[in-house]
Design a protein around this ligand. Sequence first.
Ligand SMILES: C[S@@+](CC[C@H](N)C(=O)[O-])C[C@H]1O[C@@H](n2cnc3c(N)ncnc32)[C@H](O)[C@@H]1O
Length: 366
Amino acid sequence: MPRSLELRQARAAKKDEFYTQYADIQKEVNAYLEYNPNVFRGKTILLPCDDPEWSNFTRFFAENFERYGLKKLISTSFAVESKQSKWYEPTLFETDSPKYDKDKTRTHGKIFVLDRDVNNSGRIDIEDLQWEYLQGDGDFRSKEIKALRDEADIIITNPPFSLFREFVAWIFEANKQFLILGNINNACYKEVFPLMQCNKMWLGPSISSGDREFRVPDEYPLEAAGWRIDDEGIHYIKVKGVRWFTNLEHGRHHEPYKLMTMAENIKYSKHKEVKGIGYLHYDNYDAIDVPHSDAIPSDYEGVMGVPVTFFDKYCPEQYEIVGIGTGELAGALGIKKNYRGRTDLALTKDGVSSCPYSRILIRKKQ
Ligand SMILES: C[S@@+](CC[C@H](N)C(=O)[O-])C[C@H]1O[C@@H](n2cnc3c(N)ncnc32)[C@H](O)[C@@H]1O
C-alpha cells in the first residue's frame, strides 16, 4: 500500500475511536421526546459500533428503558483485533464474568441485550443487561449485525468516522429510523447530499456550532488544540463540525429561518462583505453568492449559494435545495467550467477570481 494512503487511513482510523459524552446524547434525545413523547415507545433500538461496557449510549438508553417505554435495547461492539487502533482494556465486568474467554475477548464482538426484568427487581434497568460474545467480530457489515439491524426499529450511534458513507448506505438499505453523529462536511459527500436534498435525512437540533468534547483512547496523540485529561486520567479532545444526522422528526426542522430582506441586509448586515455592498453573482451559474447563512435575503426569488451550515437552519417548507456547488454533482447541475477548468462555482471580485468554500444552492419556496 502506498505510504501516503497508509498514513491517511491511520489518521482516519484514530478518529474512529471518539467516544460520545452522556450529556450530548441526553440533550439531543430530549429534543425528539419534546416533539413526540412516544418516539421510542414499543421500539427496538440497536446501538451498533459501540462499546457497551462503558458506552454512554448503552448506559443512557438502559437507564431510560422504562421511562421511554422501549421494547428492546441491543448494543454491539467491534472486536479489538479487527480495529485499526489496538487500544483495549477488558473491563472487570467481563473478566469477572463466568462467560469470560481470554481469546474471544480480542477476536469477537459482544452483544448486550435488555428486554426484561432478569433480576426480579420489579423494574427493567441497566442491571438487567445480559451479554455474550458475538459469533463474529461485530462488523456492522457482517450478516450477524445486519440481522440485528433488520430486527431494530431505530439505529443510534456515533459510527466510525472513516466509514460514514458506508454506514449511511447500510441504514438506508434497510430503511430504518436513525440518529447518528457525523461531521457537517459529511453532508456534502456525493452519497449523502442527495439524501439531505430530498429530505430523507436532516440535521439534529442540539449541535449547530462550536466544538464537542469526546473521550479518546489513552494512546491518542494530544497534539491538537483543545484537549484535557480529567482527575481520573481520562483523555478528551475537542472536535469541530460535529452534527447529529437523523430522520426522526423534531421541532426545529419545521421552524422557518427568520431573515432580513435584501435591502435590510445591505443596510444593516453584520457582515462586512454584505453591508453597503450586496451580493455577487457567480461567473459560471445563474445564482448569487450568500457568504453567511444569516445573510440570506428573504425576498430573493432566484437561486442562492449558501454555506453548508445552512443545513442547521433548513426548513423544507421554506426552501428547496437545488444542488451543490462543487464536485461531481455540481457538473450534473449544469455549472459551467470555471477559470480553473472545473465545474465548481466561481466568483470574480475586483478582477480576482476565486471559488467559495463548499456552497449548496437553494431557492425560496413559493
Ligand atoms: C466513533 S467510535 C464511537 C463509539 C461509541 N458508539 C460512542 O459513541 O461512544 C466508533 C466505534 O466503531 C468501531 N468500528 C470501527 N469500524 C467498525 C466496523 N466496521 N463495524 C463496527 N464497529 C466499527 C470503532 O472501533 C469504535 O469503537
